[in-house]
Design a protein around this ligand. Structure first.
Ligand code: IVH
Length: 679
């Protein structure tokens, strides 16, 4: 190629790579896949090798990606947090193995294979057993100080035992796939923008200015490397993982010792197949030479160790066409655009639609009917549109116009202040009624099993139901007239509806479908406001005294009961005979009724779920977060941020022995702030 042309291409590649690094590391908003990014880096490296005179010391091939954001103070890492070279197939791995064997002069090599978590690399510093600093990777040399945020991650111990005096470990902070889906569902419901994948969600959560926001996201962290340890010399990677775990860090149990190249390749194959069984997103496998002495002999390049390599799973992406963009209307009137797609297989599953989340998202991606889009299964499960292949856009494709009225009822739509979501303002919109009824009848709410989606649709379409209380007025003859519904099914359904009258008050509260009031919150509200009457006029201030109810939730509850139609609906439910009061708390009935426990750390005598079940069986509520409303925090070993929170808030702390005594029926200890014996 002509040198002038090459110069131009190199310039373009450098600026593109820098741009994508910024998008990935600083803005948490990558536009291209890792594989595409790697292709850019590889092309640049190849051109620079071919034309060494064009090589510059500041070329992205010689520097690590990312730069520290300015909101957090910079932290210099004790040793660079290197990145890894990527391989994409078995041949690549063989080439890497060959190079390593040549450098070391032997090929009887053993490896430790680990999953490559798709999260955020962090460095955690401990002094005399106490967690003193946590930093993001940044550019590998200097990261951001996110200590306060990392203290809220329960996998990161605030104290560790029997560890070196000064210890810096490296780990990966991530959001489990389930937690990611729940977070996005809530954001979608709240009209906030959604995260494209768990990695972005974890990154966004970790870089919050307010640690309380981080604390509300269930981040997790696996550790895998020691960056610095005074007076500690591990023999191999297996021992490192074992020691990290013994000190109290969470270590991914799926790592495996592999003897030779073949076993390492088998591990890569196995997890390529099973990647969707993982509770988190992994984008590959890391193959690490096991013995530390050999790692040191192999050494590192400017960017990455020679003794380790990443094997990237093949991208689970596919191209397909958008046949239509439909608008779905949810229980709270939220209008969600959904791309209807020509069915395509992505990672073994046929995908025919993908949520486009909200208007901003459709605009940003500029998805149009007729477009060819690149589809990916984020978090392994949820299909999403990565981008539009603009080059393949038909000339006739026009930008998608959001409807000015609700596609179901024709009512006006509005966008509440500060939200990205359009909502149908008509509370008697059929879509809202149907979704509201479905929620009301769902298993965790009123549990009316016979009232499925199709039946709800039919009953609403035939105007037999237009609000929740109408259910209690349904009669056998009118039901028996419906298609595929005989006398017997009608009678069954009516029995189930009648039985729902005795569902406890907290379930009724949840079934009402008040925005932001999930099952846990409904339970907490019911234990403080023990009757519907006491709740109907509760002030926002008093609502906020409930565990898990902040200003936003309190405002939603107030707003719900302030709407006259909702008040009338609640009264009709009362007249239908639903349970509007919590049962009397009689002493001696359930000894822990009305008390809230939080469990933290590891219990030696039983797994945490078992302790939780035991406490709940005695009437206690077991919550995941500490607040002033918490009655007791039970701290096992290596209790983390929740123990700190209990101390700050003056909540009574119990040790495991005290818990065992309570579970065996002993009287409760006083609720004064106490401290368990620390070992
Ligand atoms: S080892 C010198 N092990 O992958 C050791 N990295 O491109 C270098 N990662 O930035 C890292 N899981 O954030 C290692 N089990 C694992 C990993 C892992 C995820 C990330 C890490 C790093 C990137 C490499």
């Amino acid at each position: 190629m002509d040198k002038v042309l090459v110069e131009g291409r190199i310039r373009d590649l450098r600026s593109e790579i820098e741009r994508h690094r910024r998008l990935y590391y600083e803005l948490d908003a990558p536009e291209i896949s890792d594989a595409e990014y790697d292709r850019l880096e590889k092309e640049l490296a190849a051109l620079e090798r071919q034309f060494p005179s064009l090589l510059r010391p500041d070329s992205p091939t010689r520097t690590l990606g990312g730069r520290a954001a300015e909101a957090f103070s910079p932290v210099r890492h004790p040793a660079p947090l290197l990145s890894l070279d990527n391989t994409y197939d078995e041949r690549d791995i063989e080439d890497w193995f060959g190079r390593l064997a040549r450098i070391l002069g032997r090929d009887d090599l053993e490896f430790v294979c680990e999953l490559k978590l798709d999260g955020l690399s962090v460095a955690l510093t401990y002094e005399n057993g106490a967690f003193v600093q946590g930093a993001t990777r940044g550019d590998g040399e200097v990261g951001e100080d996110v200590t306060r945020n990392l203290r809220t991650v329960s996998d990161i111990p605030s104290r560790i035992k029997n560890a070196p005096r000064r210890l810096v470990v490296r780990g990966e902070v991530y959001l489990a796939v389930e937690a990611f889906a729940a977070l996005n569902a809530k954001r979608e419901e709240d009209g906030q923008s959604v995260f494209a994948n768990p990695r972005n969600a974890a990154a966004g959560s970790l870089r919050q200015i307010d640690p309380r926001v981080t604390a509300s996201r269930p981040l997790a962290c696996f550790c895998y490397q020691i960056l610095h340890a005074e007076g500690y010399t591990p023999t191999d990677q297996d021992a490192v993982l074992e020691d990290l775990s013994a000190w109290g860090f969470a270590v991914d149990p799926r790592h495996r010792r592999c003897r030779g190249l073949k076993e390492a390749q088998a591990y890569c194959r196995e997890w390529t197949e099973r990647r969707h069984d993982l509770p988190y997103d992994a984008d590959g496998v890391v193959i690490k030479l096991a013995p530390v002495a050999l790692q040191e002999r192999a050494g590192t390049t400017a960017k990455s160790p020679r003794w380790a390599v990443a094997f990237k799973f093949p991208a689970e992406q596919a191209q397909t066409q958008v046949e239509a963009i439909e608008i779905q209307v949810g229980r709270t009137g939220a209008l969600t655009p959904v791309a209807k797609l020509v069915p395509v297989k992505v990672a073994g599953v046929t995908i025919s639609s993908a949520s486009l989340h909200n208007e901003d998202e459709v605009r940003r991606k500029d998805v149009r009917v007729g477009d060819t889009v690149l589809l990916e299964r984020a978090g392994g499960v949820i299909p999403y549109v990565v981008r539009v292949e603009v080059g393949r856009r038909p000339v006739v494709a026009v930008p998608f116009q959001f409807p000015a009225s609700c596609p179901v009822c024709g009512g006006p739509v509005h966008k509440p202040e500060g939200e990205a979501i359009l909502r149908c303002a008509n509370r008697s919109c059929k879509a809202q009624i149907k979704e509201g009824l479905r929620h009301f009848a769902s298993r965790d709410a009123m549990d009316i099993g016979g009232l499925g989606k199709v039946l709800v649709d039919t009953l609403v379409e035939r105007r037999m139901l237009s609000s929740l209380p109408d259910l209690y007025g349904l009669s056998a003859p009118s039901l028996a007239d419906l298609p595929r519904m005989g006398d017997k099914s009608a009678a069954n359904l009516l029995d189930q509806i009648a039985a729902s009258r005795s569902r406890p008050y907290e379930r009724v509260l949840y079934a009402l479908g008040i925005r932001q009031v999930g099952e846990e919150t409904a339970r907490a509200i019911a234990s403080r406001f023990r009757s519907m009457d006491s709740l109907l006029d509760a002030s926002e201030e008093s609502l906020q005294e409930v565990d898990g109810v902040g200003p936003k939730v309190a405002a939603e509850i107030r707003a719900f009961f302030d709407v006259p139609e909702n008040r009338a609906m609640v009264e009709r439910l009362r007249n239908a005979g639903l349970t509007f009061e919590a049962p009397e708390r009689s002493a001696g009935q359930l000894p822990l009724a009305g008390l809230t426990f939080v469990l933290t750390g590891t219990l030696a005598s039983m797994p945490r779920p078992k302790a939780k079940a035991g406490l709940e069986a005695m009437g206690a509520r077991v919550s995941g977060s500490v607040s002033r409303a918490t009655s007791y925090v039970v701290a096992g070993t290596e209790a983390g941020s929740k123990l700190d929170a209990a101390r700050t808030l003056g909540v009574a702390v119990l040790d495991e022995d005290a818990l065992l005594r309570i579970l065996s029926g002993a009287p409760l200890p006083p609720r004064t702030p106490t401290d368990p014996d620390r070992t």
